[in-house]
Design a protein around this ligand. Sequence first.
Ligand code: LLP
Length: 432
Amino acid sequence: MLDLEYLSQNDKGHLAINGYDAVELTSEFGTPLYVMNEETIRNACREYKKAIDKHYGGKGNVIFASKAMCCKEICRIMDSEKMGLDVVSGGELYTAIEAGFPASRIYFHGNNKSPEEIKMALEYGVGSIVVDNLDELEMINNFAINKNTKAQVLIRITPGIEVHTHDYVKTGQVDSKFGIPIENGEGINAIATVQRCKGIEFKGLHCHIGSQITEEEPFIRTAEVMMDFIKTIKDKLSITVRELNLGGGFGIRYTEKDKKVDYVNYISKVSEKIKSKARQLGVSVPYISIEPGRSIVGEAGLTLYQVGGVKAASKSKVYVSIDGGFTDNPRYALYKSEYTVINASKMNRIEDQKVTIAGKCCESGDIIQEDVMISPVNVGDVIAVLCTGAYNYSMASNYNRITKPAVVMIGKSGPRLIVKRQTLEELIQQDM
Ligand code: LLP
């Protein structure tokens, strides 16, 4: 089994999550249930922050990409860890503000921010708006001038870096829908335009090359490309880039085949590259920010389901039907993502059954994982799918009018509900 420090087996042969019996948690909070371990989240924040502090001498910060997991309690945890927060919609921004997260530490992203969202960001006094394109820049400039203020802006640049990850989560290649490319001269034109905008204060550059990246080399090449661009900006426009946001994308472990990624080592190697480039090019080292999402919450979460049926469709295909599915975890259907699945009710038995975990949606593609080995399963058993802390709750849907699960956080004083289970009444609340 994937070795996660907060998981163990208790004397009943059940999965224990930070010492709490998974089966008992489902009796108390119901299924499907997302469970998160607070210490794992906080440790990840601290590890990143320590590494950034060490390598940039306090001139840098870590921003949590809230798209990975966004709810008020997560925002509060990020605030208490003195993290920044990346939001990508009015909804994520509203959640953060309602949670009391300081607007000054928020980075507002998105490749098609609506006029309402931009007004909202200016109204709240968001610390940084990350501009994706020139149309958006014009709109922000006009709103800021009308408001008699200056929007603090980073320009998102497409560095032209290809990475080995699923096509749907690549973002740094030249033809990406995100950002402004350097290659064709649009990057430098954008910075020249920013300089002419009276309602904009140019803070710096942003880039993000993709997600679930496990090699360090593309991050180092990206840092190199961005530093070269900073030098071009200095030479051509005499502008100093104060901040360089290098995005997120660090991969996590989903199964025991995956190697633990050494984030601290990445940060150290990238910082060496940035410092050596700065010396070589005669530019100063900008304030450095990074934007991890998955690697802060991913391994900290798991999902518990109850088995409703076990069916042998053929000699080689046994379906275990669970009471959730791609409504709470669409990642296998979307990206064929691998997961570790365990029978949380029978941890003490040998994993000698090959099964396919099927969701309850009216769709053959509603599969959580295919042909995985688990211990003998019976109706009523609790199945745990590990490492679902990122992009599961945040990507959940109400397809087939299935209600969204609750989220429980296990903290120092035990399990606490941080998101209530959606009710049937809430499902029809918007219906006229
Ligand atoms: N910054 C920007 C601008 C991003 O677009 C993203 C992720 C991040 C930071 C955080 O990346 P992370 O550290 O989490 O890899 N739904 C997909 C992942 C989409 C990622 C989108 N952007 C999945 O489930 O794999």
